[in-house]
Write a protein that binds this ligand. Structure first.
Ligand SMILES: [Zn+2]
Ligand SMILES: [Zn+2]
Ligand SMILES: [Zn+2]
Length: 227
């Protein structure tokens, strides 16, 4: 995914010459017609494994605490650029799908991150193991926005505002990434039909366009509503 630009006439999966016909993924990557099977849920090339990832994305999936450590500085820098600084750094802990189901009470695969807090103290951020790097960063950015609100005493915020702000932080972080998979994740956030996450994000985006990010945060904190 880095280095010299790929040859547009070669298959991205096997390097064979493409000839006259090929598949083109939503990311604009071309692959030979002989590659079949389910699409990778991260980059959309055919040939995903049981976890829904192609071998290329599976290689960059965050599965160990060392993998977390390697990515966190970059995620933190991106959040600082958005004006989000946590008063106390929080721990990011990888959990299994089973642990996440137990914590969230939601079916497997639906919740990828969770902010654990007691009053104004964030205990830790739990992120499900096995997410490809850009998605991992997006989920950490989302949870950091929740943690930021907890640490600044926002109290209880209506779900579309709280989740909308967190999706806005994800989107802002993704917008600073060069990884082409970040674009697909941004499209998914923008087009999410969910009334809490999707509508919430679009409401926040419109409010930020009118007033700016920090004034929106100030009004939400003081009045529990959007300006
Ligand atoms: Zn090929
Ligand atoms: Zn992939
Ligand atoms: Zn959330």
């Amino acid at each position: 995914m880095a280095g010299s630009p790929p040859d547009p006439y070669a298959c991205r999966l096997c390097d064979a010459a493409l000839g006259d016909t090929w598949w083109e993924t939503p990311m604009g990557e071309r692959v030979c017609l002989r590659h079949t099977g389910p699409s990778c849920r991260s980059c959309a090339v055919p040939g995903a494994d049981a976890d829904g990832l192609c071998p290329r994305c599976a290689r960059t999936a965050v599965v160990t605490q060392d993998g977390v450590k390697a990515l966190l500085p970059r995620i933190r820098t991106g959040l600082h650029e958005l004006g989000l600084r946590l008063t106390t750094p929080v721990r990011v802990r990888l959990v299994s799908t089973g642990e996440m189901v137990a914590m969230s009470g939601e079916p497997a695969g639906t919740v990828t991150g969770c902010t654990m807090s007691i009053d104004a103290e964030v205990v830790d951020l739990a992120i499900v193991a096995g997410l490809p790097a850009p998605q991992f960063g997006a989920v950490v950015a989302h949870e950091c926005m929740h943690a930021w609100m907890v640490q600044r005493g926002f109290g209880i915020v209506a779900p579309p505002i709280a989740e909308g702000l967190s999706q806005f932080a994800s989107d802002g972080w993704l917008g600073r990434q060069r990884d082409p998979r970040a674009r697909l994740l941004r499209e998914a956030i923008a087009q999410d039909p969910d009334p809490v996450y999707g509508d919430g994000f679009r409401q926040i985006k419109a409010a930020v366009r009118r007033h700016g990010f920090l004034p929106v945060l100030r009004t939400v904190r003081a009045e529990g509503r959007l300006p």
